[in-house]
Write a protein that binds this ligand. Structure first.
Ligand code: SF4
Ligand code: SF4
Length: 92
């Protein structure tokens, strides 16, 4: 398990011109603008979990990025999907 960055769409102000995280992410093709939704978007399998994007987004007081755990198979381990998956497993 490791951590990757996830943008909270509702908080991202990319539509107002913010590109801070995109400029600071050290990985190529990792953090980019989703031009249809007009929010920053992380490509999970490119993210190295350095948290630089979280630092710059928070420094600008947008707080629109959080780190989330990912399983070895590359699935986001949000609490919701985790318990849903467990529920399914136990229901057989
Ligand atoms: S720094 Fe934060 S608010 Fe700005 S584009 Fe990135 S996620 Fe959105
Ligand atoms: S955690 Fe690092 S590698 Fe991942 S999106 Fe943010 S800046 Fe890029």
């Amino acid at each position: 398990m490791y951590n990757v960055a996830q943008v909270i769409d509702e908080k991202c102000v990319a539509k107002k011109g913010c590109r801070l995280c995109i400029m600071y992410c050290p990985e190529a093709n990792c953090l980019d603008l989703n031009s249809s939704k007009m929010v920053a978007e992380v490509t999970i399998d490119r993210c190295k979990g350095c948290e630089l994007c979280v630092v710059v987004c928070n420094a600008a007081k947008h707080e629109a990025i959080e780190m989330q755990a990912v399983s070895a198979t590359g699935q986001l381990m949000t609490h919701k999907s985790e318990s849903a998956a467990l529920g399914q497993a136990y229901q057989g």
